[in-house]
Structure formats: C-alpha cells, structure tokens
Design a protein around this ligand. Structure first.
Ligand code: G3P
Length: 234
C-alpha cells in the first residue's frame, strides 16, 4: 500500500519524506488555503521534495477552463497529478485530450486524453461506486473516495472501498483506489485489508500508525535494563 500525505504543509512533508515512507502527496483547495501560501509556489515546492505524485486540484468547473488550468499545473513539475472533481465536467476534463473531435457527451473525455498524454489524474470527491466506475472508464490514474466524510454522515465509508475494489477487479480496471478523507489508523488498516492501492492521510495519522503503548513500554524496559549493564555500543 502506498502512503500519501494529505497536506500542503511543506515542513510536515519534508519531515515525512525523510523517513522514506512517503510515496506521494495530495492537496486540495482547502489545504492550499490553510497553508496561506501561493498555490503554484507551494505545489512546485512540494514537487521538489517528493519524487512521487503530487495531486494539485483545478478550481474551474467547466471543461474548457479546467483544461487550461491542467496545462498550467502540468508545467510545474513532472510529478504533478491533476486532480479533478467527480462531476460531468470534471470527468470530461479527466478524459479530455482524447483524440479531439470525439463527439461523445463531454463527460469523460479529458481523463483519457490527459492519461494518454502520460499525465496522471486523480478524480476526487467520490462518494459512490457508480462515480468510481465512471472515473475508471475515463481512465483516471487514481480515484479518491472520501471515507471520513461518508462516516461523518452515518454511512460506512469502507463499504464503498470494498465495492470499488470488487468492481475494479471484475473488469481489471487499472485505476488505483486512493482512499481519502482518512481520519485514523483504523481507516488505513481497513483499507489495506480490502486491498486499496493508496491511503492519503494527515501527517499525524501516518505517525499514529507506528505508535503502540506496548512498544513504548517494551522499549523503556529494554533501555532501563541496558542501562544497568553499564555498557555502551560506541
Ligand atoms: O484531500 C482529500 C481528502 O483527503 C480530504 O479529506 O479530511 O477534508 O474529509 P477531509
């Protein structure tokens, strides 16, 4: 399972990147606003810190402008992943660049086109299996189902992850399941059991994965006993 940091906090990303455990980063307009920094500047800086994909989201809602914004984002760095909302225009922009002149409902053109150009796409704000099916048909690199927000309204976010895994396996879709809106290590464990490809999570959750009271207690006991030996390794 790949771990992405869901943040635009450069210091946090640098700390986690130094552990070697970070496989990518996802941002969204709210995280960019929280950073207080210029969008293009902070995303470019993040792309220089991690080698893996860095998701940066378009903010337009119409296909034509999404395409223009995607071009600006793609120019920032080779590891940019264009994040697109799961709307008809979002899917269109996710599929866009397909052979021009494809006269289908716009809806899904951009993703395939961007993918065909080797641009990674991350279709976000996914809350249903049907939406995930559309995104896979659009050739999305990643689908981002928001488990925490579904839990927040009394649904079981992990049921959606299981549904998407089943559907994607049924048809051998290559779109990777990027579990988002992760609130705790419990989400990460459940996603791993289902076989999701990626979990993107706040840096604090990544750190929580390593924590266990018995580990801390055991290490303290080891070090206390070692101290009694009066020895040192160096
Ligand atoms: O960035 C996408 C997603 O992870 C946001 O999650 O915590 O705002 O529900 P959250």
């Amino acid at each position: 399972m790949k771990f992405f940091a869901d943040t635009a906090d450069v210091a946090e990303i640098a700390d986690l990147a130094a552990t070697g455990l970070l496989d990518g980063v996802t941002t969204n307009p709210s995280l960019i606003a929280k950073s207080g920094r210029n969008f293009l500047d902070v995303v470019k800086e993040i792309c220089g810190i991690v080698e893996g994909p860095v998701s940066a989201e378009v903010v337009a809602t119409d296909h034509a402008t999404m395409m223009k914004e995607a071009a600006v984002l793609r120019a920032l760095a080779p590891n940019i992943c264009v994040k697109l909302p799961l709307t008809i225009d979002g899917l269109k922009t996710c599929k866009a660049l397909t052979a021009e002149g494809v006269k289908t409902i716009d809806g899904l053109k951009t993703c395939k086109a961007l993918t065909a150009e080797g641009v990674k796409t991350n279709v976000t704000l996914c809350f249903s299996a049907n939406q995930a099916l559309l995104a896979a048909k659009a050739g999305a690199t990643y689908i981002s189902p928001f488990v925490g927000r579904l839990d927040d309204i009394g649904h079981d976010g992990m049921e959606l992850i299981q549904d998407i895994r089943t559907i994607y396996d049924n048809y051998d879709f290559k779109t990777e399941i990027l579990v988002a809106s992760v609130r705790s290590p419990v989400h990460v464990l459940a996603a791993a059991r289902i076989g999701a490809d990626v979990a993107t999570m706040p840096p604090a959750v990544i750190r929580q994965l390593a924590g266990h009271a018995l580990t801390e207690k055991g290490l303290a006991a080891f070090l206390a006993d070692w101290a009694k030996t009066g020895q040192s390794i160096l």
